[in-house]
Design a protein. Structure first.
Length: 329
C-alpha cells in the first residue's frame, strides 16, 4: 500500500518492546526490521512482534533496504551515534528521550538531519497524548485565564541494584534524564520557552541524581515547579493554574485518561481523554503523518525545542554537579 510506513526498531529492551506493541495499533505501520547487538535477541524480538527481518548489529539495520523510519530505543548514551548512523543511511528518525546525552550531541544530530533534509523527531510521547492536547485547548480558550504556573512531578521507588541502568552513570542513569525530562518538556510545551532554571538534587552512591527539583521561569514570566525522584512514589500529576482557576492532568500525567478543570466560582468538570493502545501510538501516528507529508520535523515538538530543552538539562546538571562520559568527549 502506498501509505504504508515501514519501521525499523533499534534496540530490544523494554521501551522498544512498548513501541513495537504500539505499532500494532498504528494504521499503516509495518514493523519491517529490528536491530540489536545480538542476532539472537533480534531474531527473538522479530519472532515475538512479527518483524519482517532481524539484524545482529545497528549498522546492518541502518543500511537495510525497505525501511522508512527508524525508532531508536537503545540505552541513552547510544542515542546520538545511532541517530547519526540512521540519518547517514538516509532514514528518517524517531529518537527516544532523552534525545541525546547533552546539547552538543543533539546539535550534531539535528545539523545532520537538516543538511540531509531528513525527518527527525524526539519521541516525547506525552506531547501527543489526548490529555495534553486537551489541556492546551483549555488554556487557549482562556477558561482558566492566562496560565501563570505549572506544578509537576514524576517519581517512583526504583528498588533496583546499583548496576541497574537507572543508577548506572555509564548508561546515562539518574532521575533527571529518565524522569525529569517529562515535567520539563510538558511544562515548556504549555508555558513556553525556558529563560532561567534553578535546581537542587540528592545524589546517590553511584554518582547520579536520585532526586532533583527545579524551578523554571518561562518567557512572559510564567513559572514552573518540577521534581523527579527514584526514591519516592509521587502523585505524578501536572496542574496548570491561571487567575481564574486550574486544569489538572489526573493521576500520572504521562498516562492521564482525564483532565479536571476547577474555576474560581467553585465549578468543576472532568473531561475524559482516553488514549490509543499503550499511549505510544500517538507519537507514531504523528511521525508517520509528518513523514508522509514530507515534513522534516513535527510542529508539536520541533527540533529547536528539543535543542532548547537539552540545553536546560545541561544547565540543571551543571548546577547539581552531574557529569557523564559524553560531556568529556
Amino acid at each position: 500500500m502506498a501509505d504504508t510506513v515501514r519501521w525499523g526498531i533499534l534496540g530490544t529492551g523494554k521501551i522498544s518492546r512498548a513501541f513495537a506493541n504500539a505499532l500494532k495499533d498504528v494504521p499503516g505501520a509495518v514493523l519491517a526490521a529490528v536491530g540489536s547487538r545480538s542476532q539472537d535477541k533480534a531474531a527473538a524480538f522479530a519472532d515475538e512482534f512479527g518483524a519482517l527481518a532481524s539484524y545482529g548489529s545497528c549498522e546492518l539495520l541502518a543500511q537495510a533496504e525497505g525501511i522508512d523510519l527508524v525508532y531508536i530505543g537503545t540505552p541513552h548514551p547510544e542515542h546520538a551515534a545511532n541517530a547519526l548512523m540512521a540519518l547517514r543511511a538516509g532514514k528518517g528518525v524517531l529518537c527516544e528521550k532523552p534525545f541525546t546525552m547533552n546539547l552538543r550531541e543533539a546539535e550534531q544530530v539535528v545539523t545532520l538531519a537538516r543538511s540531509k533534509r531528513l525527518f527527525l523527531m524526539e519521541a516525547m510521547w506525552t506531547r501527543y497524548l489526548p490529555a495534553y492536547l486537551e489541556v492546551k485547548r483549555i488554556i487557549a480558550s482562556g477558561e482558566i485565564g492566562t496560565p501563570r504556573q505549572v506544578v509537576a512531578d514524576f517519581g517512583f521507588a526504583a528498588n533496583f541494584g546499583p548496576e541497574h541502568r537507572v543508577f548506572n552513570p555509564d548508561l546515562g542513569g539518574g532521575a533527571l534524564l529518565d524522569l525529569g525530562i517529562y515535567p520539563l518538556s510538558v511544562a515548556a510545551g504549555l508555558l513556553g520557552p525556558v529563560l532561567e532554571v534553578r535546581a537542587q538534587a540528592q545524589m546517590g552512591p553511584t554518582g547520579v541524581d536520585v532526586q532533583t527539583g527545579f524551578t523554571l521561569k518561562h518567557e512572559g514570566g510564567a513559572m514552573s515547579v518540577c521534581s523527579c525522584s527514584l526514591l519516592a512514589r509521587t502523585p505524578a500529576e501536572l496542574t496548570v493554574s491561571g487567575e481564574r482557576g486550574q486544569v489538572r492532568m489526573n493521576t500520572m500525567f504521562h498516562r492521564a485518561t482525564s483532565v479536571t478543570v476547577r474555576l474560581e466560582d467553585g465549578t468543576e468538570r472532568t473531561i475524559e481523554t482516553p488514549y490509543l493502545g499503550n499511549g505510544y501510538v500517538h507519537e507514531a501516528i504523528e511521525a508517520q503523518r509528518c513523514w508522509r507529508e514530507g515534513l522534516l520535523e513535527s510542529p508539536s515538538m520541533t527540533q529547536g525545542e528539543t535543542l532548547a530543552l537539552m540545553g536546560v538539562m545541561d544547565e540543571i546538571r551543571r548546577q547539581i554537579g552531574l557529569r557523564y562520559a559524553a560531556d568529556r568527549a
